[in-house]
Design a protein around this ligand. Structure first.
Ligand code: IVH
Length: 675
């Protein structure tokens, strides 16, 4: 018998070692690479397994174990700063009984004293520590390894909701406030759409996007990405109140963004009600949350309860389960995008997830496939945590067939047979046959007509497909010679829609130059870059002659973009296309350099309400053309609100409170001397 126990013990101990190295690697992928490969749930499950085993084998204790240290986000390129108070993590649980156990344990330690639990949302971003001195932000540091973090002050100064200077009264001369930096869902989706259009790797979720953004070395890009924040923890020697909830209310009055969705509860039932309510209500929030945090409200009781190695005893996180499902991976297919980037897509046994049936999931790129080490027939976990595309988060190794065959990434383009290439420093494999590979040709046409480019309505991907199949278009210049008779003959097309399409195409001739430039689909030239290039070069003719150095002199244009522009114009086929567009009469130069003024220079303007004379998009464009900056939310830094009809009451109230003027459409147009 002894032999058997010895075997079990040896097995457990080697599992401890295995779990430690696995969890360390998962921590690194999550916190440093911003590219997690397992779900939070799976990570927490493995951590729990390790904790249980460590409890069973105290002789294996190791201060370096992931159970004893918070995952580190320290990265190169930032100065490291020590935290005044260690930045801890939270214990977490996925079930109600453990919440009850937590409350009972703490009550016992408090010898039956009465208590209040502050329930609040657990925001899913990255933690930040902000230091204020005499009411001014002096330093912003990431959690790092909990003892020291990265100094990201310059980037944090570009987050609108984080005050540089405090309002109100009663703030201590020196204090620290902690919270979460987040990317709201709408900014996240916009960013991913832009990245998709540029065929850049997508961020898996808003947390990774926020974390990747905060670790950029360019504060201007940080500002563009529109990060947000919620603060939830005040620290210092002379805090105004003896309760956490009350201190957070004070912080709110000083100008910090503190969630209104906090509640002090006196009983387990109240706590459970709060949890159950938010498990569904959180779907309507503008930012990602992954649970509820329960905190003993009294700071005195927090002190009595104290802290453990990496988490306090006075708080716990109840985590919501991301909806996920186990299904079979039948195959991997490959999609070729407009720039030739090849994306592997998992073909799955259909499975129900968050109300829809999932049949496919993105596998991003070759590295992702190899990291998951996928085999045909594997049972895989699919998740849809609010992200656009479902993703595979893990493989169920227990059900893998021993003879399952590993997927080899393709070497030839599945559409045209060209040999794929992988450029240095890029994750994607590309089909280089850009002028002969159908999805690339059709993709470029689709991009050309898209809303943010030429904005030609009425032509969806199926119509492009039909036009292409019938030999009516070979590139987007052919759109301008289409006759309604040609289109009306196609399947599912009537005379009326054919006429509409032709007239929409004809109307697109007046599209401004910067959009024409964007519509060309030059690799890495997104909407913002196209705007900057149009502003600096004024015409395709000038751009065609520009050198890499001249291009790099423009705002936000680095070597990669400059190289791509030069490469585009070096190709005679592209120059022919540009020439054809010029002949057709498209705007290949700015109408007038006077379109751009400095009338709104230095002004931050929020657009709110419904307008009669122009669309919101048009007003946004006017603001930018005139040197202003359009922002989504009202803060002390807002210069004025361009207010239409039925402006939201909350926004109106906020503008009023901060003394920010409201400017109506007519006044605004007057301002720009447009009437
Ligand atoms: S309190 C000592 N409150 O969750 C505990 N944390 O998994 C201080 N988080 O590191 C944290 N929302 O980054 C607290 N309302 C909230 C939170 C919150 C999100 C994060 C925080 C923490 C992590 C633990």
């Amino acid at each position: 018998m002894a032999g058997l126990f010895d075997d079990i013990e040896a097995g457990d101990k080697s599992r401890i070692t295995e779990l430690r190295s696995l969890l360390k690697e998962y921590n690194r992928l999550y916190y440093v690479q911003n590219a997690p490969v397992v779900s939070d749930f799976e990570f927490d499950r493995l951590m729990r397994e390790l904790l249980d085993l460590e409890k069973q084998y105290p002789d294996m204790a190791d201060p370096d174990s992931p159970t004893q240290k918070v995952g580190s986000d320290l990265s190169k390129g930032f100065r490291q700063v020590s935290h005044r108070y260690p930045m801890l993590s939270l214990d977490n649980t996925y079930n109600e009984q453990e919440v009850i156990d937590f409350l009972n344990r703490a009550t016992a330690l408090l010898e039956g004293e009465e208590f209040e639990i502050c329930c609040e949302l657990k925001f899913d971003g990255l933690s930040i520590s902000l230091i204020y001195h005499d009411g001014r932000l002096v330093q912003a540091v990431t959690r790092g390894d909990g003892v020291k973090g990265d100094d990201v002050t310059d980037n944090v100064r570009r987050i609108k909701s984080i005050p540089q200077k405090l309002e109100g009264k009663g703030w201590p001369a020196d204090f620290e406030i902690r919270g979460e930096v987040l990317m709201p869902w709408d900014s996240f989706e916009r960013l991913n759409r832009e990245r998709e259009a540029q065929e850049e790797p997508l961020f898996a979720n808003p947390r990774n996007a926020a974390s990747g953004t905060l670790k950029l070395q360019n504060p201007d890009i940080v500002e563009k990405r529109q990060l947000d924040s919620y603060l939830y923890y005040l620290l210092g020697d002379s805090l105004p109140y003896a309760g956490h909830y009350e201190n957070m209310a004070a912080a709110r009055s000083w100008g910090f963004k503190v969630s209104e969705n906090m509640r002090k509860c006196k009983s387990t039932d109240e706590v459970m009600d709060f949890i159950r309510y938010w498990d569904t209500a959180r779907n309507d929030l503008p930012v990602a949350t992954d649970g509820i945090v329960l905190k003993f409200n009294s700071l005195r009781q927090q002190e009595i309860l104290g802290v453990k190695a990496k988490s306090p005893r006075w708080a716990i996180a109840y985590k919501f389960q991301a909806e996920k499902a186990l299904t079979r991976l039948n195959d991997i297919t490959y999609q070729v995008g407009r720039t030739g980037a090849v994306t592997p897509v998992a073909i799955l046994d259909p499975v129900k997830l968050s109300g829809t049936t999932v049949r496919r999931a993105t596998l991003h790129n070759q590295d992702f496939v190899e990291r998951l080490d996928l085999r045909r027939g594997d049972m895989v976990w699919v998740e849809k945590g609010g992200e656009i595309i479902p993703k595979i988060t893990a493989v169920d190794m227990n059900s893998r067939d021993t003879d399952a065959v590993r997927f080899e990434f393709i070497k030839l383009c599945p559409e045209c047979g060209a040999t794929l290439v992988r450029y240095e420093g890029e994750a994607a494999n590309y089909c280089p046959n850009s002028n002969g590979c159908p999805p690339q040709i059709k993709g470029r046409i689709g991009h050309f007509i898209s809303r943010k480019a030429m904005g030609i309505d009425g032509i969806g991907p199926e119509t492009i497909d039909l036009l292409y199949k019938n030999g009516l278009i070979r590139d987007f210049t052919d759109l301008y010679s289409l006759k309604s008779g040609d289109i009306a003959q196609l399947e599912r097309m009537g005379d009326k829609s054919a006429e509409n399409i032709v007239s929409n195409i004809a109307n697109s001739i007046n599209t401004p130059f910067e959009k024409v430039l964007f519509a060309l689909g030059i690799r890495f030239v997104g909407e913002v870059v196209a705007k900057n290039l149009a502003k600096s070069f004024h015409s395709l003719e000038n751009l065609e002659k520009a050198s890499v150095d001249e291009l790099m002199a423009v705002d936000e244009i680095g070597e990669k973009i400059a190289g791509s522009v030069v490469e585009f114009f070096a190709d005679s086929k592209n120059r022919d296309i540009v020439e054809k567009l010029r002949m057709i009469g498209l705007k290949t130069e700015s109408d007038n350099a006077d379109d751009y003024t400095d009338l709104l220079s230095g002004k931050t303007i929020v657009i709110s309400g419904v307008f009669r004379n122009h669309t919101r998009e048009e007003y946004k464009e006017m603001i930018e053309r005139n040197g202003g900056r359009n922002s989504g939310s009202i803060s002390a830094k807002t210069s004025f609100v361009l207010a239409g009809d039925s402006m939201g009451p909350a926004k109106k109230e906020k503008a009023l409170q901060l003394g920010i003027p409201l400017v109506d459409e007519e006044e605004f147009i007057n301002m720009l001397n447009l009437n």
